[in-house]
Write a protein that binds this ligand. Structure first.
Ligand code: FES
Ligand code: FES
Length: 155
């Protein structure tokens, strides 16, 4: 039996019919075509599927779609300005914090959540903020520098 779920996706009210065990990750990718939300591990270890749920980063592979009823879900598309890139996205490019790009949408969502909570994070805050996001390519140094750089620019 399918269930109806309505929620706000990147600020827009949407509705879908889902199986009770559909994950938010699969709903976003399969129903809404948001393939920026990546499936890495599928069980909460890699952070590739990170989205904001009511403003807080969560692993969408661990959230059942019916649980987002009435809530706000934000993907990388929802935090990207219409006319370009955010300072955080620019900083990732400038610092070379993107290589294969698989981790990047989730990583930027986590960094965005961190900067909203802590606009002037220490290096340790940044390390903790992205500790749920794995990157196999960059070695993290460039990512940490990019987040620090974006925080500096926002001051
Ligand atoms: S796919 Fe969700 S944490 Fe890895
Ligand atoms: S850039 Fe490849 S996994 Fe992070």
């Amino acid at each position: 039996m399918n269930l109806k779920v309505s929620f706000f996706l990147n600020g827009e009210k949407v509705e879908a019919s889902v199986k009770p065990d559909t994950t938010l990750l699969n709903l976003l990718r399969d129903e809404f075509g948001l393939i920026s939300v990546k499936e890495g591990c599928g069980y909460g270890e890699c952070g590739a599927c990170t989205v904001l749920l009511d403003g807080k980063p969560v692993n969408s592979c661990l959230i059942l779609a019916p649980k987002v009823e009435g809530r706000h879900v934000t993907t990388i598309e929802g935090i990207t300005p219409k006319d370009g890139l955010s300072p955080l996205q620019e900083a990732f490019i400038k610092k070379g914090a993107i290589q294969c790009g698989f981790c990047t949408p989730g990583m930027i969502i986590s960094a965005h959540g961190l900067l909203k909570e802590k606009p002037d994070p220490t290096i340790d805050d940044i390390k903790i903020g992205i500790s749920g996001n794995l990157c196999r390519c960059t070695g993290y140094i460039q990512i940490i520098e990019a987040i620090k750089d974006a925080a500096r620019k926002k001051k």
